[in-house]
Design a protein around this ligand. Structure first.
Ligand code: SF4
Ligand code: SF4
Length: 111
């Protein structure tokens, strides 16, 4: 045990001093999904298939706009999978803490 203790005493810690130190996002990570709203055709598949009801859609077809509920999302990436026009992408944003519930709702609107 002493040998093991001494071995680890001079090793760099495995953890980081977050938020002062940050790790680069891993390739293929599933962070907060984001919409490229201009690509959306309003098929509603993302809304229907989201397992946690995190996506609300307003308007129809090419006028569709979204409210994304960060507090409900489980980052499964399924919305990105099902979107036929690649209008949804999992971003590398993993810093998801917010001050209040209102900030958890992110809107994606057309210009
Ligand atoms: S990542 Fe999963 S839980 Fe989050 S909005 Fe997309 S489908 Fe819903
Ligand atoms: S699945 Fe894609 S195209 Fe269909 S409503 Fe969602 S974002 Fe728009």
């Amino acid at each position: 045990m002493v040998k093991e203790l001494l071995k680890h005493l001079f090793k760099k810690p495995a953890t980081l001093k977050y938020p002062f130190e940050k790790r680069d996002p891993t390739r293929g990570m599933r962070g907060r999904p984001v919409w490229d709203i201009e690509r959306c055709v309003g098929c509603e598949l993302c809304v229907k298939d989201c397992p946690s009801g995190a996506i609300e859609m307003f308007g129809k077809g090419s006028k569709a706009e979204f409210k994304y509920h960060l507090e409900r999302c489980v980052f499964c990436g399924w919305c990105e999978e099902v979107c036929p026009t690649n209008a949804i992408m999992s971003s590398e944003d993993y810093e998801l803490a917010r001050q209040n519930m209102a900030e958890m709702i992110i809107e994606f609107k057309r210009q």
